[in-house]
Design a protein around this ligand. Structure first.
Ligand code: G3I
Length: 432
């Protein structure tokens, strides 16, 4: 075949495929998933759902599968919010990570109050019921979360499980989990275990012991919450590799990195490259879709900003995954300008012109902020979404957002003045 192609003058087929343009597609080409933590109560926000659905191919419920959410009363299970995320993800062809079955935090008071034998029964029942409910739908479960202390001791963290059931609770939890859903990968998940230190050494010793004794464990999750002042450890890749060498998969489960701009982007690149370098690193999850809803209140640790625009960190991740077209710090740029096209007593029409910079763009996002009590009553030539105040409109193209270098397009809107004739404020334009 190659000979025939060569004879026909086709010298190469490699490299002719268009590079993947989303995080999920680019990761998939590397045999990995790229996921986000998802909160059920944001799925109704168009920009949130669109960003999630477009960019990610795995979802982790951020809080909805935790013990307090699914079994706040003993043996009475409420899966509504978690089901909403699982249903949404499955409807979009995403995989789902399960987080988390046994954890000292977000644990209802009734669990902490139990004596040892009741606690053992409650733990095993909880694992079994939750895993059976989602059997076949979860690719990996965080069976036990954060069971080791921070600091230099490498000791187990005090918790109702540790204090009443002893060291064996982790092993018991994994055995129960394997019986409930034998197809799910069973993970131990923790933070500050991202480089070699006393805590990660203690987890390493546990995993090594589990593998030696046949305790069912398939993966270790590295949460990877990083601050800008203490970024990714220099031995991050080596630490992932030493765990992988024990015969488990490794997953980056809750990635977020404080900061902004090129230094944040560089740290994200380091993390993605480390995962790609370790063949048993099966996927990456960032801990949220947008800075707007990060658990780090006031922080900007994620890949999309508060208006869902792609950040330089996004482009860095996409590029490291081998994709392209991310914008937000790459070559694609755009600018916006505003004109009031009609004006009358109670309202006016505005037009925003979006112009591509010196490179073609395949998409754009910008914001229009109204001065309260003005309200936008109609829009055209774009797809709007709104913040909770109703004053900030984020506008994206209808359909594809292709613009040749230097080309323009425009969208329009009608404003009800409600007594104010002030001009709206334009945000920056972000291109992809
Ligand atoms: O839902 C209630 C709401 O009804 C109430 O009005 C409000 C008032 O405080 O609280 C809301 O619950 C909050 C919940 O997030 C949902 O937003 C809790 O207070 C808040 O404590 C909880 O924080 C979560 C945190 O875990 C709790 O430990 C974060 O969203 C979540 O991102 C975070 O995730 C953890 C991982 O599970 C484990 N690793 C660390 C990671 C970051 O802390």
């Amino acid at each position: 075949m190659a000979g025939l192609l060569a004879a026909a003058g086709v010298t190469t087929l490699a490299g002719t495929a268009r590079a993947a343009g989303t995080l999920g597609a680019a990761a998939a080409e590397k045999g990995r998933y790229f996921g986000a933590a998802v909160a059920a109560n944001h799925l109704g926000e168009a920009a949130y759902a669109t960003t999630l659905d477009t960019e990610f191919n795995s979802a982790t419920p951020e809080n909805e599968m935790k013990w307090d959410a699914v079994e706040s009363t003993r043996n009475s299970f409420t899966f509504g919010a978690a089901d909403q995320i699982v249903g949404h993800a499955q409807g979009k062809g995403m995989k789902v990570r399960g987080h988390t079955l046994v954890w000292h935090s977000q644990l209802p008071g009734w669990v902490s109050g139990l004596g040892a034998s009741d606690l053992r029964a409650a733990m095993n029942n909880h694992i079994t019921q939750v895993m059976l409910h989602y059997k076949g739908k979860i690719h990996s479960w965080d069976v036990v979360n954060e069971a080791f202390q921070d600091g230099g001791s490498g000791a187990r963290r005090s918790s109702p499980f540790q204090d009443k059931l002893g060291n064996g609770f982790i092993e018991e939890a994994f055995r129960t989990a394997r019986a409930a859903d034998p197809a799910a990968k069973l993970c131990y998940n923790d933070y500050n275990t991202d480089g070699a230190n006393a805590k990660s050494n203690a987890v390493y010793a546990m995993v090594k012991d589990f593998k030696a004794r046949g305790v069912p464990i398939d993966c270790v999750g590295f949460q990877s919450h990083f601050n800008s002042a203490s970024p990714v450890p220099g031995d991050y890749r080596a630490n992932l590799q030493r765990f992988a060498d024990l015969g488990v998969d490794v997953q980056i489960t809750e990635l977020d990195i404080e900061g902004s701009g090129s230094s944040q982007a560089a740290s994200y690149t380091t993390v993605v490259n480390a995962c790609l370098d370790v063949s048993r690193c099966t996927g990456i999850t960032v801990w949220g879709v947008t800075d707007k809803y990060s658990w780090r209140s006031g922080g900007t640790p994620l890949l999309f900003d508060g208006n869902y625009a792609k950040k330089p960190a996004y482009t860095a991740v996409l590029t490291a995954l081998g994709g392209s077209g991310g914008g937000g710090g790459g070559g694609a740029t755009c600018t916006v300008s505003y004109t009031r096209t009609d004006d009358w007593n109670t309202g006016y029409n505005g037009r925003v012109t979006v112009t591509a910079g010196s490179a073609a763009v395949s998409g754009w996002t910008t914001t229009v902020t109204m001065t309260s009590p003005q309200k936008i009553s109609a829009t055209w030539n774009g797809t709007p979404s709104w913040d909770s105040s109703g004053n900030v409109m984020t506008m994206r193209p209808n359909g594809n957002g292709n613009l040749a270098a230097g080309a323009s397009t425009s969208f329009g809107f009608t404003v009800t003045k409600n007594g104010s004739s002030a001009a709206p404020t334009l945000g920056t334009c972000t291109a992809s």
